[in-house]
Design a protein around this ligand. Sequence first.
Ligand code: 6PG
Length: 240
Amino acid sequence: MSEMNYHVFENAEQVVHALATSLQDYSEQGRPVHISLSGGSTPSQLFAYLAGSEFAQSIQWQNLHFWWGDERCVAPDDEQSNYGQAKALLFDHIAIPAENIHRIRGEDFAAMEAIRFAQEMSSEIPAKDGVPEFDWILLGMGTDGHTASLFPGQTDYNTTEIAAIAAHPETRQIRVTKTAHLLANAKRITYLVLGAGKASVVKEIADNAPAAQAYPAAQVSAKAGTTEWYLDSEAAKELA
Ligand code: 6PG
């Protein structure tokens, strides 16, 4: 893993303000910009901030296309749905064209949805080296070092597929996920990691500790683009 490029902010509000400013910049490029959102609970703070701030009106949402790094195989109105969370906290509060929201259909048969999802990315997103090239991919990290639904010990770093299915190692919940191959092709990857609960894993990755070799969040980076970590002071508290 290359040197960890991290940015530490005092608190979560400063982190989400920085991310919102990036979204504002992307929206002013006058072209379709493809952005992949992370799942789990962390991004809810970004969504709520965007919906409740001046960014709700100032961002040119019609230029932004939103995708997900992964989705749980549940209905879109299920509280577990990554799309459902973003819809309730953000999309229902802004003027964004429905066609700009590219959800993974968790209610559909997972193996078929992974194929459909891959086809949609391939048809909608400009490619580099034959692989869809996202402008910006936001990723979260679990306390076991997973990212998207790429889990330790079950991630295929050699696949040339761009979407796959995975099972959460503890809950066995089936997910559809972007693959390491797709993620690595992005122009920019930002790991959004907040809270003291992630501090020890962040340190292991920053120290390139032996344990981190098994962490997909340590192994997945933009091979030709920028990989960065946006941390609040709690998540960064074990760093020098
Ligand atoms: C998901 C994810 C997953 C998430 C991490 C962190 O669907 O759960 O995409 O990779 O980003 O598990 O989740 P928290 O933000 O809830 O800690």
